[in-house]
Design a protein around this ligand. Structure first.
Ligand code: DGL
Length: 272
């Protein structure tokens, strides 16, 4: 039986990716789950992020999803490989889980003319070194600097990011990043929450700096993946349906989600 694609994030950030996926692949059905009750993931341990992510992935599989996209860099950095290598064969042979780091690192080197790239991400993603390792595989000539921004997700999740207080943290982290690698001309927003503060980040970078967001890159990569994997693609349902779930309060989710998704959503509460 055909079933929707699952799209997962610790909270709202994955909606910025889902929006682009739906734009690129509008015909398919989608289920989105935000684990808002346990967000943010970015400051949690490897074991905790793995455990939470696996639990959510198992829920998607119980709904029948043939494919789950972890639209969260922290979960992609800390849980994806273990799930793919340790759990998938046991819990859902024939199903797939994809992340956002690989598709991004495959193309990021194409954006830089100076071969100097900056990564802004959560502490978890930075400490995992995933971006350094993966970019080095695809673009060994590119130098990479990283900066963890532990205050940004809480500011965004609490809708405080447009207030004046947020600028202090945004400016501080962007400056730290720029200082590490003079000549950096490309900055990747390696957290799916950060597109919401793209303009503020741009404001603190030298003119001409490219700020790259992941949504379109991930959508493009999923499009290619489905072309190359008809055995997965043929199991995906197509009625244009979109369902939204949150592990926290649904009214609260609905109130905040439109800022990330671009339109109002009606989420249901999920007790895990
Ligand atoms: N949106 C997630 C990411 O892309 C992280 C948010 C969090 O810290 O929970 O890394």
């Amino acid at each position: 039986m055909q079933q929707p694609i699952g799209v997962f994030d610790s909270g709202y950030g994955g909606l910025t990716v889902l929006k682009e996926i739906v734009k690129k692949l509008p015909g398919y059905d989608y289920i989105y789950l935000g684990d808002n009750a346990r967000a943010p993931y970015g400051t949690r341990s490897f074991e905790t992020v793995y455990h939470y992510t696996l639990q959510c992935v198992e829920w998607f599989f119980e709904q029948g999803c043939p494919l789950v996209v972890l639209a969260c860099n922290t979960a992609s950095a800390k849980a994806l490989r273990s799930i793919q290598q340790r759990d998938l064969e046991r819990i859902a042979p024939g199903k797939r889980v994809l992340g956002v780091i690989r598709p991004t690192t495959e193309v990021i080197g194409n954006y830089t003319a100076t071969n100097k790239v900056g990564i802004l991400a959560t502490k978890g993603t930075v400490n995992s070194q995933s971006y350094l390792i993966e970019i080095n595989k695809f673009f060994p000539e590119v130098a990479v600097a990283q900066e963890a921004c532990p205050m940004w997700v809480p500011l965004i999740e609490n809708n405080e990011h447009n207030k004046a207080g947020a600028d202090f943290f945004i400016k501080q982290n962007v400056q730290h990043l720029l200082e590490q690698l003079p000549g950096m001309d490309t900055i990747l927003l390696a957290c799916t929450h950060y597109p919401l503060i793209k303009d503020k980040i741009q404001q603190y970078t030298p003119e001409g700096t490219k700020i790259i967001v992941q949504g379109e890159i991930v959508a493009e990569s999923l499009f290619d993946y489905l072309l190359r994997h008809p055995e997965i693609e043929s199991n995906i349902s197509r009625s244009g349906m979109k369902a939204f779930y949150t592990t926290d309060d649904a009214d609260d989710f609905n109130e905040h989600a439109s800022v990330f998704y671009g339109e109002r959503v009606e989420a249901k509460h999920l007790e895990l």
